[in-house]
Design a protein around this ligand. Sequence first.
Ligand code: IMP
Length: 431
Amino acid sequence: MTTLVLVGLQWGDEGKATIVDVFAAQSDVVVRYSGGANAGHTVVVGDEKYVFHLLPVGVLHPDKISVIANGVVVDVEQLFVEIDDLRSRGLEIGDHLLVSSRCHVTLPYHKALERLDESLRGKQALETTLRGVGPTIVDKVARSGVMVADLFREQLLLDKLRRNTKEKNLILERGGLSERFDANALVQQLRPLSERIRPFVADTSKALADYIDRGKKILFEGAQGTLLDIEHGTYPFVTSSHPVSGGACIGSGVPPTKIDKVVGVLKAYCTRVGAGPFPTEDSADAGKLLGERGKEFGATTGRPRRCGWLDLVALRYAARINGIASIVVTKLDVLDVLDEIPVCIGYEHGGERLTEFPPEIDVLAECRPVYVRLPGWRQSTRGLTDVAQLPSNAMSYLERIEEEMGVGIALVSTGPRRDEMVVLDQDLISF
Ligand code: IMP
């Protein structure tokens, strides 16, 4: 087995980064395949806290190759903010980082367009991260995008930017925004960044094919989560890319026949940042407690995350869409203080009981969760590493997840650090 995809099963923020970091240790290559600088991946190593938006978490392992594959949209300025931050902390980013020449580039006008789009939506705003990711992907699909390869072809770049700035300036003017963009100025602005990114640029799908042929272990590091997927998420309250496991193929050029295993990551409760339906949201004291104990603030925007309970209807759906072989549960310790823990096992809609996640957003918004209340364990699991130390009610909680999802749990995190993990089944995570 040489390839493994790690995906988020909820609305992102499942705590994937630490898990990626753990899996990276047994990989040769770590690949980011979707999203852009909208992601917020936090890893704690010893006393150091690292927050990544664009760089794969794999860069924390200088002996591994890290790849930003074609499915990621790249804000080149942000990329070097992160690289420079790591350098200032003693972590050199050299030839172990590859960036696909086919990545699309986020430009300053994308961020302006996103602010306009959000303001025009008024009360129906999506509450995006305003990192320009959506408009960059809109340009990709509209076939007007600027790719990393274009950064080194100045005439082509200028031609594209002339066309794009003409269109974007018209939109911004009609939308009442004062910002305007000039193609020549953008080319000047991009020139030093292009020179900096040049050494990292590669034909990454070819590089990945070669690594696979040589039997290297490839880890695909998901960003965001299944319910934010543009195709399979809670549209239109989604991101614009493909966090699901299928996105690993589109976003890297590695074919489905070469994907060996998919592991899903879920948080022991549920959070969402931004607008959109969230059936198990708890805006009362218990939800606030989850937010406080789980430090649930967006790593990209600093916004407080909406908190609620485990939704097994949504998780069964996510398990199906991703084809997961095993589960990683994160942040179990956040639940340590609760007397009982509600777990959603179905929805009620229009007097009917639903057990499938409804594809229509208005139906989902009207769904009421049907809860079972499982007994809490009221003792600290923080930092536990041995399965024998897990309280029996915590084990029952985990077993209920396995039963409902029909998939085994391999790993449980009990704190933010790399080493705060309980391995339940080594076979389910090794590759
Ligand atoms: P966008 O990706 O900035 O376009 O935002 C679209 C939606 O996805 C918003 O609700 C964001 O809050 C959400 N989102 C984007 N990235 C993340 C993430 O890394 N974690 C959680 N939510 C995210």
